[in-house]
Design a binder for this molecule. Structure first.
Ligand SMILES: O=P(O)(O)OC[C@H]1O[C@H](OP(=O)(O)OP(=O)(O)O)[C@H](O)[C@@H]1O
Ligand code: HPA
Length: 176
């Protein structure tokens, strides 16, 4: 797959506005409590940093790296924890932060895994959701934008490890 063009779909300003809204909702939902954001590397790192800044209740930020084996643009469901949390989540209000939910395989595995660690609660927050692609049902509590089944890059999302640094999110146009 060779990229011909990247068509801007969500501008930096639109993303910023959406993250502020999500931060406000989370702050309201967890009023009087604290939250532990679990950033799923690498894609969610850009989103997690901005989201954390917009949450007004006490926030802990932790990182986890998983690899979801697959070829090209499709995950397989075989999820491996490459880098685990460096701390316990027992008794904490966990919010798993993702850049995108596609088939749902990665998140379904992760949520089950995290629930075995006795958190007080576990919710899921994603910047982008591609509901048309879902293979495994996952309950998503906070969604930034729903998008159609098209490949996107930018704001943390990559194609072959490139384009994560774009400040906007764009649909990829493939060279015929
Ligand atoms: O719903 P699914 O089909 O399981 O796909 C979603 C997963 O794919 C992406 O990660 P990726 O494996 O590309 O890793 P990255 O964040 O390091 O780019 C994304 O960040 C999710 O973790
Ligand atoms: O559209 C996408 N872009 C980048 N990474 C992804 N992982 C699942 N879907 C996507």
């Amino acid at each position: 797959m060779k990229i011909k063009n990247i068509n801007v779909h969500f501008t930096e300003a639109e993303i910023d506005k959406k993250i502020r809204e999500l931060g406000a909702r989370i702050s309201e939902d967890y009023a009087g409590e604290s939250v532990c954001l679990i950033c799923i590397l690498k894609g969610a790192s850009f989103f997690t940093c901005e989201l954390a800044k917009r949450i007004t209740v006490p926030v802990e930020v932790e990182f986890m790296s998983v690899s979801s084996y697959g070829s090209g643009t499709e995950s397989s469901g075989i999820v491996k924890i490459v880098q685990d949390l460096s701390t316990s989540i027992e008794g904490k209000n966990v919010i798993v932060v993702e850049d995108i939910i596609d088939t749902g395989r990665t998140l379904s595995y992760l949520l089950e895994n995290l629930k075995t660690r006795s958190p007080k609660s576990v919710r899921l927050c994603t910047l982008l959701d591609k509901p048309e692609r879902r293979v495994v049902d996952v309950k998503v509590d906070y969604v930034g934008f729903e998008i159609p089944d098209e490949f996107v890059v930018g704001y943390g999302l990559d194609y072959n490890q490139q384009y994560r640094n774009l400040p906007y999110i764009g649909f990829v146009e493939i060279e015929e």
